[in-house]
Design a protein around this ligand. Structure first.
Ligand code: 1PX
Length: 215
C-alpha cells in the first residue's frame, strides 16, 4: 500500500481493511487490524499537524504491536485470540497496575480497540449526517460517548480543541477521496458492518478474559 501514489489514497481502501481482519472462524488477524490503523493514521495526518499528538500515540501503539509480531514469538500474535491466550498463559500481562509488562499486546490493543468504538460512532454520525451537520460536533459527541471516559482531563481538553479544527463536512468528505456525498454514504454503509463486527468480537474476547480494564 506504501507504493500507492498520494493522490490515489482513498479512505475506502482503509475501511475495507477491517473486512480482511475477519477469518472464517471469526478470529481477528492482528496484521490486518494494525494495517487498518496505519491507514487511519495516514488519513488523520492529511488533516493537519494539529492532530499530530494523537497520531504520535497511535503510531507508538502500532509500533508496539509490530514489535510483538516481529519478535521471537511472533507467530503467537497472528490473531487477537492467539495473542490473548499466549500472553495470559505466560503471565505477560500486567493485570493490576503497569509493572513488568507495560507494553503487553493485550493492553496496547485495548487502547486501539477503545478508539475503534469512537471510529464506529463517528462514522455512523457521518453516514447519517445532513449538509448542515458539523464534523467537529459529530466527532466530539462520538468521543464523549466512547474514548473520553478513559482519558485524563488534559487529554480530553486537547482532543476537544483539536476537533474544532476539523474541516467542514463537505471538505471532510472530499479529503476521504471516495467521490460524491452519495458515494461516501454508500461506502460507509458498506464498511461499517465489518468495523462493528471486529469491535464486537474483540469486546467479547476481552470480556471473556476479564481484560477490559487493563492498566
Ligand atoms: C472518516 C474518519 C476517519 C478518521 C480517522 C482518524 C483516526 C484516528 C486515530 C486515533 C487513534 C487514537 C488512539 C488513542 C489511543 C489512546 O486512547 N491512548 C491514550 C491512552 O494510552 P496509554 O498508553 O496512556 O494508556 C493516550 O493517553 C492518548 C493520547 C493522545 C490523545 C488521544 C485522543 C484520541 C482522539 C481520537 C479521535 C481522533 C480524531 C481524529 C479526527 C479525524
Amino acid at each position: 500500500a506504501d507504493s500507492v501514489p498520494e493522490e490515489k489514497f482513498s479512505l475506502k481502501e482503509v475501511l475495507i481493511t477491517f473486512q480482511s481482519c475477519l477469518t472464517d472462524n471469526q478470529e481477528i488477524l492482528t496484521d490486518s487490524y494494525v494495517n487498518g490503523w496505519r491507514g487511519l493514521v495516514r488519513f488523520m495526518n492529511s488533516l493537519g499537524s494539529i492532530f499530530s499528538f494523537i497520531s504520535k500515540d497511535a503510531v507508538n501503539k502500532i509500533q508496539i504491536m509490530v514489535t510483538h509480531q516481529n519478535g521471537e514469538n511472533g507467530d503467537k500474535y497472528e490473531t487477537l485470540q492467539s495473542m490473548v491466550k499466549y500472553e495470559l498463559d505466560n503471565n505477560l500481562v500486567d493485570l493490576q497496575r503497569r509493572a513488568e509488562h507495560p507494553e503487553s499486546g493485550c493492553r496496547t490493543l485495548l487502547r486501539l480497540h477503545r478508539a475503534l468504538r469512537w471510529l464506529e460512532l463517528f462514522l455512523e454520525k457521518l453516514r447519517t449526517s445532513t449538509e448542515d451537520s458539523k464534523t467537529s460536533v459529530m466527532c466530539t459527541d462520538a468521543y464523549n460517548d466512547s474514548l473520553a471516559q478513559y482519558h485524563a482531563w488534559i487529554i480530553r481538553k486537547a482532543a476537544t480543541m483539536a476537533f474544532c479544527a476539523l474541516p467542514g463536512r463537505a471538505a471532510f468528505f472530499q479529503t476521504m477521496n471516495v467521490g460524491s456525498t452519495e458515494q461516501v454514504v454508500a461506502m460507509l454503509g458498506e464498511a461499517m458492518p465489518f468495523i462493528s463486527k471486529v469491535y464486537e468480537i474483540t469486546e467479547e474476547l476481552y470480556k471473556q478474559h476479564n481484560l477490559l480494564e487493563l492498566p
